[in-house]
Ligand binder design. Structure first.
Ligand code: ADP
Ligand code: MG
Length: 602
């Protein structure tokens, strides 16, 4: 086949594949343009299906008609005065967003500058393109600023439309995009409307620096999570590149471990005012909390990293969410230190790390020798094992004491409880070993198994005497409402209760009386994170694990010996209890021989 140059509308469509992956990326490009144009007010309106209408209106500097015509041509940009790609202070610079979006939609660009050039239209101009082809070019009556309207995004490109997720997911991605941009620009007012419903609405912050940023972040986080201020390095100067090479500042807010979430959705990271989802920074944040959060939990955080533009390359990713640092180790180390200092200043210290050497000597044993749950059930011990051990609320110590008399160690594979360490681990003695149980992990596993329902009986729902309303943001409510049938299958019965509340009618009986607010928030996060329709089974699994976590005894609670034995007996009765819902072992065994080796007796 002969070589040919591609026609420009095809090139634009190919570029569109990179720049406008989904409705949220179009919103991102348009809002960034508005910010580059110096807007102090940006309003975004989208239709509920996320594609038939996307409109962004700003009060920025506007464009003259000839600039408008140029703006929809490929690689036309007003933002690169020289040729240095490292000296980028604006969001845009590629000059491909508008033509790319215009090539896959019906695209209306309307604009009016503050001071019209002599002879130009005084009231503004309108340019309309359909799938990249100009169809209208003429004067229009407009306020100062720019209004861009996208209709039928991908409507004529079935191959692209096919890859869009459920409207709810696309809307959530748009809200996430706008939230991140709004966090980084406290001086600009933002509003996001979905079918006229207000999803986000923040006024311009007048105060500069960390106080303004902090207030904006708090206003945008779901329910003012408990956070501590982070202020690291020299005085924050997010836009000014004035400190010479080598300076670095990190500011923002870091969530307390107690306010952790089931997913990392509530982590907002910025480099020089640009929202990023950079792997290095996400990893550094995880490192900062490593010993302060259990596996599977994620801190809430909004952190702004500022460094000279010459120390960071923002040009590596078409959507510019990944960046490349000149000195990644220093950035990583600074972020870890910044967050740890902030947490320590607030008195949050890590749980003492277990001695690695001793840990290595322990034998992780999901299936200890001679452990055969069937045999134990037939033996009658486990069948009568106390099932009343139902979590912090459902316990009845006296009943437990009667039902779980201290047996001989030899009687049970997991042995007899001898005590508790750090209010988190049960230490037990069996016939030939010392057994160490992670009480939270073990109980979480048991709750999950109970919720799944034994022998097909299904989980039992505990109706609330008075149904309880929980206030959440509208998107969280949407996610829960959409999953109501799955959740009911787990014993959690919910109902929509107005635009931003959910009414809880029943909870899985095994949970006792969980705090409903945190439970529903975690579930909404979980549902928003894993919205692939193909992975329904995995999703239910995750949701069940999240619910189980809320019904489980936390590390840090003192248990009576009877309660400890109750837990051990239940673990023996449930074959899958050897690993927790996150795949970690729930107990470790150290045999007499292991102990002898540790003390150099062998
Ligand atoms: P880039 O942002 O990379 O320059 P775009 O295709 O996004 O490329 O925009 C092209 C040009 O159109 C910009 O450089 C800018 O001059 C102009 N422009 C786009 N949106 C706006 C807006 N909302 N207000 C003023 N000018 C705009
Ligand atoms: Mg742009």
């Amino acid at each position: 086949m002969p070589i040919r140059r591609l026609p420009s509308h095809l090139v634009d469509r190919i570029a569109a594949g990179e720049v406008v992956e989904r409705p949220a990326s179009a919103v991102k490009e348009l809002v960034e343009n508005s910010l580059d144009a110096g807007a102090t007010r940006i309003e975004i309106a989208v239709s509920a299906d996320a594609t038939s209408l996307i409109q962004v209106v700003d009060n920025g500097q506007g464009m003259e008609p000839d600039q408008m015509r140029l703006a929809v041509e490929r690689h036309a940009t007003s933002k690169l005065p020289g040729d240095d790609l490292l000296q980028i202070c604006s969001f845009g610079f590629r000059g491909e967003a508008l033509p790319a979006i215009a090539s896959v939609s019906r695209f209306t660009l309307e604009s009016r500058v503050r001071q019209a050039e002599p002879g130009a239209s005084e009231t503004g101009w309108r340019l309309v393109l359909d799938q990249g082809e100009p169809v209208h070019d003429g004067p229009a009556g407009l306020p100062i600023g720019t209004r861009i309207t996208i209709e039928g995004l991908f409507a004529r490109i079935p191959a692209r439309a096919k890859f869009l997720k459920a409207p709810r997911t696309e809307i959530a991605a748009i809200a996430d995009t706008v939230r991140r941009l709004a966090m980084a620009h406290p001086a600009t007012a933002f509003r996001l409307l979905v079918d006229g419903r207000r999803l986000l609405d923040v006024a311009a912050e007048s105060e500069a620096g960390v106080p303004g940023l902090a207030r904006r972040v708090q206003a945008l986080l779901p329910d003012g999570a408990d956070m501590v201020p982070v202020d690291f390095g020299r005085a924050l100067a997010f836009s000014a590149d004035d400190g010479g090479p080598g300076w670095l500042a990190i500011g923002g807010l870091a969530g307390l471990p107690a306010a952790s979430r089931a997913t990392s959705e509530q982590q907002y990271l910025f480099v020089n005012g640009r929202p990023v989802k950079d792997r290095l920074l996400v990893g550094a944040l995880r490192g900062a909390y490593a010993e302060r959060l259990p596996a599977g939990r994620h801190a809430v955080a909004a952190l702004f990293v500022a460094l000279p533009t010459s120390d960071v390359d923002v040009n590596v990713h078409p959507a510019k969410t990944e960046v490349r640092f000149r000195d990644p180790q220093r950035v990583r180390g600074s972020l870890v230190t910044a967050v740890r200092q902030a947490l320590e200043a607030a008195g949050i210290r890590p749980v003492a790390a277990a001695s690695a050497a001793l840990g290595a000597a322990f034998v992780s044993a999901p299936q200890p020798a001679g452990y055969n749950p069937q045999q134990w059930q037939l033996g009658g011990h486990v069948a009568d094992a106390p099932m009343a051990w139902a979590g912090p609320q459902g316990r009845d110590p006296e009943a437990l004491a009667q039902m779980a008399p201290a047996p001989w160690p030899a009687q049970f594979p997991l042995g007899t409880a001898r005590g508790q360490i750090a209010n988190a681990y049960i230490i037990a003695e069996s016939a030939d070993a010392m057994v160490l149980v992670d009480q939270h992990a073990a109980h979480e596993r048991l709750v999950l198994e109970a919720m799944r329902g034994r022998a097909g009986a299904g989980p039992s729902a505990q109706p609330l005497l008075v149904p309880e309303a929980v206030t959440l943001d509208a998107l969280a409510c949407d996610a829960l409402e959409a999953a109501a049938a799955e959740l009911a299958g787990l014993g959690l019965e919910l109902e929509r209760f107005g635009p931003d509340a959910i009414l809880v009618r029943s909870v899985p009986a095994v949970l006792g009386q969980p705090a409903l607010g945190p439970l529903l928030r975690d579930l909404a996060d979980e549902l928003a994170a894993g919205d692939a329709p193909t992975a329904l089974a995995a999703r239910i699994e995750h949701v069940a694990a999240t619910i189980a976590c809320h019904g489980s005894v936390r590390a840090g609670r003192a248990l009576s010996l009877a309660e400890m034995n109750g837990l051990l007996r239940q673990m023996e009765a449930v074959p899958a209890s050897g690993t927790c819902n996150h795949g970690r072992p729930t107990f470790l065994r150290l045999t007499k021989a292991d102990l002898e080796r540790l003390f150099h007796r062998r």
